[in-house]
Design a binder for this molecule. Structure first.
Ligand code: AMP
Ligand code: MN
Ligand code: MN
Length: 366
């Protein structure tokens, strides 16, 4: 393990770098001023994905490299690391959310709203400083310092910028975590968020020891056979509605708790299914309704490019990005589909009075 924290973050303690208009510099200065035995709590969103866990654990390991001795990480209940992520370095940083105490410094990762942090929002709110690392356009701004970059492909990219500013060298463990975040949120470098900065960071991470083939095999190319049978059911019951979304088409499907039980599968195996629905080239929008842990529904929306599903999700109480978003819903599955369809194609009522300024018909706008 590397120590020598003082030498590792010379710029962090240099106030000249903490320009008031540069939140990354301000965050680095704040971290640089903290005692190395101060309690630090990292949190990421409920049902964490590769970007939530990867950015959080990679950053936590970076803080350890700086000499911080009381770094804890957590995520809301259900506190269970999905099987594909159990190889991640830094899992020893994790504590159950009930054990998370109010820290001197809190950081949240990949959470577009405090709600997404569940029971961890309270200790973060009580912390004197709460840094928000995120990349969701729907993030309204919360915490004491917001490092939200909606143009960043992944929160892992934001975390890497701050680690760089702190002078942390990426070792194999940190690089593996950050690479998991980057590859998850760019769809393996396929989405239009894949900028030169993404590839440059990926190159550095692979250079530092992140194993791309092993990560891809574990994250994207492995599922239990039972999950394949479940996928067959979900695809088999999918429906194509060519007229929906202003004629651009909607493909939708769902999984019920009894489907998971029948195939003896945990809920996380459903996470990749919406991206398979999205391959239907006859529909611009894909929608998958999945059971959430609390008896509600977790709804995933995807667009092939022409529809802003982020604004649809926000209108239905959720969040996300223009082409990948989600929300949580109550009620029955047909009701959830109806709500999505209504948002994609708002019913055209009587013509609004001139100058009413309300939304006009036509494609959903951001
Ligand atoms: P998913 O469909 O779960 O892969 O999520 C796609 C995107 O939407 C991610 O950026 C999530 O953070 C966001 N998202 C999903 N569900 C919700 C929700 N209930 N509230 C806010 N954002 C969400
Ligand atoms: Mn996420
Ligand atoms: Mn993300």
């Amino acid at each position: 393990m590397t120590t020598g924290a003082a030498a590792a973050h010379p710029r962090a303690s240099d106030p000249d770098h903490a320009g008031a208009d540069d939140p990354v510099a301000m965050a680095a200065a704040l971290i640089g001023r903290l005692d190395r035995d101060a309690a630090v709590l990292l949190a990421c969103h409920v049902n964490p994905d590769g970007d939530a866990l990867g950015s959080m654990l990679g950053f936590g390991l970076g803080l350890r490299r700086l000499g911080f001795s009381r770094v804890r990480a957590s995520f809301p209940e259900p506190f269970d690391v999905p099987e594909p992520f159990r190889f991640l370095p830094g899992l020893d940083l994790l504590v159950p959310p009930a054990d998370a105490e109010t820290p001197a410094l809190g950081l949240s990762f990949d959470a577009a709203s405090p709600t997404r942090l569940g029971e961890l929002a309270a200790p973060l709110q009580r912390a004197p400083s709460w840094l928000v690392l995120d990349h969701h356009a729907s993030n309204p701004g919360f915490g004491t310092l917001s490092l939200v970059d909606p143009t960043a492909a992944a929160t892992a990219l934001v975390a890497a910028r701050l680690l760089d500013r702190l002078g942390v060298d990426f070792d194999e463990a940190i690089a593996t975590c950050l690479y998991v975040g980057l590859t998850t949120d760019t769809g393996s470098f396929r989405f239009d968020s894949t900028t030169p900065e993404v590839h440059a960071l990926a190159a550095r991470l692979v250079g530092a020891g992140a194993p791309p083939a092993e990560i891809a095999l574990r994250l994207f190319d492995s599922r239990p056979y039972g999950a394949l049978r479940l996928l067959a059911d979900v695809l088999g019951r999918s429906e194509l509605s060519p007229a929906a979304a202003g004629g651009r088409g909607l493909v939708s499907s769902y999984a019920l708790p009894e489907d998971l039980a029948r195939h003896d599968q945990p809920a996380h195996v459903l996470e990749s299914f919406v991206d398979i629905l999205r391959t239907a080239s006859d529909a611009d929008v894909a929608c998958l309704v999945k059971p959430a842990s609390d008896g509600r529904w977790s709804v995933s929306l995807r667009s092939r490019g022409a529809t802003d599903v982020g604004s649809v999700a926000v209108a239905l109480g959720g969040g996300g990005h223009r082409l990948a978003a989600g929300f949580t819903a109550d009620g029955d599955v047909p009701g959830v589909f109806a709500a999505v369809r209504d948002r994609l194609d708002p019913p055209t009522g009587p013509t609004p009075a001139a100058g009413d300024g309300g939304p006009t018909s036509g494609p959903v706008q951001g």
